[in-house]
Design a protein around this ligand. Structure first.
Ligand code: NAD
Length: 252
């Protein structure tokens, strides 16, 4: 028996690295997949890779910062598949500004809007549906930068820490309604999000890799293993937690 057989999994930002790896892993486990994404470039080819694992996969064009678009995407999902069983709120952007005093108003708003507000927006609509069903699993992405004393990207850290805290309060709030809410805190992975570090700063990339005891970064597929665990029944008694997938980086 596959771990997510016939479950409907809704993934935001599911056409790139971590989101896409989770979509492929969930499809392999028998889930129906809904990709809610702003990006439509190359989407047919990217969707093919997911459909190869399970043909019951659809793409919905959706900007997760927009209230009405997320509401419509959830409604479309339920109309098509009947239920909203598992969601992965994954969209995020980073900003490399080092000091809060150097922030621009535009950048501050953009990072908080995508990294924090979009989680609140998605969870609002997801919880409306899951409350009706009296069941559901929510996995939000945070980051080890929530837990580390990282002196960089202050808006990103502020947003991710808020997401982790929100997971705890809402897990408690919805625990008696059959809804589990958890998070994943990945370490750095080689992904477009970190492209400037790898392409423009090879020295900085080595510095980053050296922080990991096994001297390499995680792959998106390794983050997806954690997602499948939190999405499936093996983690039935786990709610309100954030899973660090970081090769003990935080213990260094
Ligand atoms: N890459 C890392 O090293 C790393 C480490 C820790 C945490 N994270 C977190 O993991 C998540 C995914 O990171 P990634 O590296 O896979 O990112 P990515 O940039 O590769 O993918 C993000 C996807 O989200 C989509 N997207 C962006 N804005 C959107 C919007 N408004 N509405 C809908 N879709 C939108 C993009 O089109 C893209 O496909 C982020 O929240 C990030 O903060 C990443």
């Amino acid at each position: 028996m596959k771990k997510l057989e016939n479950k409907t999994v809704f993934i935001t930002g599911g056409l790139s690295s971590i989101g896409r790896a989770c979509a492929i892993a969930a499809a392999k486990e028998g889930a129906n997949i809904v990709i809610a994404e702003i990006k439509s470039f190359n989407k047919d080819k990217l969707m093919e890779g997911i459909k190869k694992e399970n043909p019951k996969a659809i793409f919905i064009e959706c900007d997760v910062t927009k209230y009405n678009q997320v509401q419509a995407a959830i409604e479309k999902t339920v109309n098509l598949f009947g239920t909203l069983d598992i969601v992965f709120n994954n969209v995020g952007i980073i900003d490399n500004t080092d000091k809060a005093s150097e922030m621009t108003e535009k950048k501050w708003s953009e990072v908080i809007n995508i990294d924090l507000n979009r989680v609140l927006n998605c969870m609002k609509h997801e919880l409306v549906q899951m409350t009706k069903q009296k069941s559901g699993v929510i996995v939000n992405i945070s980051s080890i930068m929530d837990k580390d004393n990282f002196v960089s990207s202050p808006y990103y850290v502020a947003a991710k820490r808020s997401v982790s805290r929100f997971i705890q309060t809402e897990a408690l709030e919805y625990a008696t309604q059959g809804i589990r809410i958890n998070g994943i805190c990945p370490g750095f992975i080689r992904a477009p999000l970190l492209t400037d570090i790898f392409i423009d700063g090879l020295a900085k990339a080595k510095e980053l890799i050296d922080l990991y005891p096994i001297k390499r970064l995680a792959t998106a597929a390794e983050i997806a293993e954690g997602f499948i665990f939190l999405a499936g029944n093996e983690s039935y008694f786990i709610s309100g937690t954030t899973l660090e997938i970081d090769d003990s980086y935080l213990e260094e």
